[in-house]
Design a protein around this ligand. Structure first.
Ligand SMILES: Cc1ncc(COP(=O)(O)O)c(C=O)c1O
Length: 415
């Protein structure tokens, strides 16, 4: 039986924190709930909306295109899909064969299946969050899951554990899976993991569902000179419309030819039209550069507000995706609570993501809301508590399920 005391994410979403808010509408990075209270979205709709909600260029072009295009087709093999596959191959030239799915979790599970079919081996060594599907329900994303897949082993971003797992499972490892978390882990960690994958003859699978279309043009691996066998992508592919992708080398994707990956709703032509338009707008409006520029302003806003209020905090990460570290989980939860009260939509732990719509008016409202949130936070919490290495170790365990060693051995990156 399930432990009724254990809280999962759904309970959390439907309980007291962010999701007790019922949204009605959003424009750009400002959303409104059913009571008319507005929130400044720090999550870019969980990364799904790099352009911001209701972006008029996107919505107008989509409406126009759909006057000519078909909504749903008898087969998933369509002109729009092939067009989008071509664009993705150009963007991710090291992994040119692209297969589409709907959600990020669809893509990560498909990547595992492809790796297993390609190698004929069952074991996946994994670090980081890959979605809600059963195979990835290791803690902290699920407390004591009733079904554990013994072939999925979490190395918790720890090279020592990874090396032990590679030795213990010699001959049975299909691939090493890795989610980049640029706030904490440097690119060299992935470079080392890539070398280990080559050394042991296993596939390197990188989960770029969150970062692939925002961190840098062509994604995290390309930016840092890592050549993966497979990457997974989703957020930002089609501006909030459900579409994800597995992109791989021709060799790795031979695994897809034997695996069953069919799914009904890839017949939804509208999603591919949305994907093609999104990628067109990304090019035309230099969206990745804009995300970095707005993200840099967002980071600066938090940094200066914390400094001016004399609040111990650290803002860590890249311009397009960063985390805020407070002395303890208790401090973090109190901060997020005060933010929500004052209309800043965030959580703790949480990744802050810019969107291209964040303009001067948005930053003015954010500045005022943040001052109020920080003033209340100061009153409630112990301001003598500092952000220490222990705060970071705790954060890494909670947010990424990383070990203390994994966190501290990358101290040079985040300290
Ligand atoms: C790195 C990563 N992988 C996989 C997923 C799962 O994507 P989805 O929620 O669309 O299933 C997410 C979602 O947040 C993610 O950030």
């Amino acid at each position: 039986m399930l432990n009724p005391g254990a809280t999962g994410h759904l309970a959390e979403w439907e309980g007291e924190t962010p999701s007790s808010i019922i949204f009605r509408s959003a424009n750009g990075a400002i959303a409104e709930d059913i009571h008319g209270k507005t929130y400044l979205d720090m999550t870019s709709c969980s990364g799904a909306s790099p352009l911001g909600s209701n972006n008029t260029v996107f919505t107008t072009r989509l409406a126009q295109a759909m006057e000519q295009e078909t909504d749903v087709l008898p087969s998933p093999v369509s002109e729009q899909r092939q067009l989008l596959a071509g664009k993705m191959s150009e963007m991710f030239p090291d992994t040119p064969r692209v297969f589409f799915l709907r959600t990020g979790s669809c893509a990560t599970e498909a990547a595992v299946r492809i790796a297993r079919y390609r190698t004929g081996r069952p074991v996946i060594l994994t670090a980081g969050f890959h979605g809600w599907h059963d195979i990835f329900q290791q803690p902290p994303w699920s407390d004591n899951p009733p079904a554990k897949d013994q072939h999925i082993q979490d190395y918790q971003y720890d090279l020592g554990i990874l090396e032990q797992q590679l030795a213990r499972n010699q001959g049975t490892v299909a691939g090493i899976f890795f989610t980049p978390e640029p706030s904490v882990f440097p690119p060299e960690l992935l470079q080392e993991i890539s070398s280990l994958a080559r050394l042991h003859g296993v596939l390197l699978v990188v989960d770029e569902v969150l970062c692939g279309l925002r961190y840098a043009k062509g994604g995290y691996c390309r930016k840092h000179g890592v050549k993966p066998d497979i990457i997974t992508l989703a957020k930002g592919v089609a501006q909030g419309v459900g579409l994800s992708a597995v992109a791989g080398t021709a060799d790795a994707m031979a695994g897809a030819d034997r695996a069953y990956l069919g799914n009904t709703y890839l017949r939804e032509n509208r999603a591919f039209v949305a994907g093609n338009l999104t990628q067109e707008i990304f090019e035309e409006a230099k969206i990745v550069e804009r995300l970095a520029e707005r993200g840099s302003a967002l980071k600066r806003q938090f940094q200066t507000s914390f400094e001016r209020s004399g609040i111990p905090a650290r803002v860590l990460g890249s311009d397009t995706m960063f985390d805020i570290l407070l002395p303890s989980q208790k401090h973090g939860r109190a901060f997020a609570h005060r933010c929500l009260q004052h209309g800043i939509y965030t959580g703790y732990p949480g990744t802050y993501m810019s969107n291209a719509s964040m303009n001067a008016a948005f930053f003015r409202v954010l500045h005022a809301a943040l001052e109020l949130a920080l003033a209340d936070y100061r009153k409630d919490e112990d301001m003598t508590a500092q952000v220490t290495d222990a705060s970071m170790v705790d954060y890494c365990a909670e947010a990424f399920h990383a070990t203390e060693k994994a966190c501290l051995s990358n101290r040079h990156h985040w300290a």
